[in-house]
Design a protein around this ligand. Structure first.
Ligand SMILES: C[S@@+](CC[C@H](N)C(=O)[O-])C[C@H]1O[C@@H](n2cnc3c(N)ncnc32)[C@H](O)[C@@H]1O
Length: 208
């Protein structure tokens, strides 16, 4: 039976990779992950499998690795809008060992020194804004939204201007990376921004 270790590598900086995650990565025979992660973490003797948007070949590849130590690298925590959703469609819980990572959402709330057990967590990464997401956001007093190329921050703010123009947005971009930025503005101000922000962002929205 194939056994796959899915490792959360945090939001960007290696400082957020846990010692347990690092030791799994170092002992792996095969590393699967995005190019950025593989470039940063793979050693020359390790076999690598770069992930792309097309994951169709991945399950068969992983099954062929039975008997080898296989590690799949995931941004942040694998279970929060990560590759674990896809892997659980193809493998049982017994076939997967998950090593948690620090999520970008966790780090965003940490940067704001703000508790988050009462926050709605949702994602528009890789998907269009739909009414269901807008309805959820409308009802939430505190929310964290993972934005992405399909729906970057200004676009989401424009969809929210009629619902909550004065809500406060903390735009937490490229967390833990050299260009990290945290900006505070209103939904209305973000909707009017001169240019779209294309970096990795978590939008924390406070609507009180
Ligand atoms: C596919 S989701 C993966 C989330 C990941 N599993 C986690 O737990 O953070 C990718 C989104 O996470 C957010 N993200 C990832 N890294 C980030 C960073 N360093 N700073 C801010 N947001 C980040 C962005 O919203 C990005 O579009």
């Amino acid at each position: 039976m194939v056994k796959i270790t899915v490792v959360g590598v945090g939001p960007g900086s290696a400082d957020y990779i846990s010692p347990l995650a690092m030791s799994c990565i170092e002992r792996a025979d095969v590393l699967v992950g995005g190019r950025r992660h593989l470039e940063a973490l793979a050693r020359p003797e390790q076999e690598t499998y770069p992930l792309t948007a097309d994951l169709s070949g991945l399950p068969a590849y992983l099954r062929r690795q039975a008997g080898r130590r296989v590690v799949v690298l995931a941004t942040g925590d694998p279970g929060l809008y990560g590759i674990l959703t896809f892997l659980r469609q193809h493998f049982t819980a017994e076939q997967l060992q998950v090593i948690p990572g620090v999520s970008a959402v966790q780090l965003a709330f940490a940067r704001l020194a703000m508790p988050w057990q009462d926050a709605l967590i949702c994602s528009v990464h890789g998907r269009d804004i739909n009414d269901a997401v807008l309805d959820q956001l409308k009802q939430a007093r505190k929310a964290a939204v993972l934005t992405g190329p399909a729906c970057p921050p200004r676009q989401l703010a424009r969809a929210l201007t009629h619902i909550m123009p004065r809500a406060t947005v903390y735009l937490c971009c490229d967390l833990s990376l050299p260009g990290e930025r945290v900006m505070m503005l209103t939904v209305g101000e973000l909707a009017q921004l001169g240019e779209e922000i294309t970096s990795n962002c978590v939008m924390v929205i406070i609507n009180e």
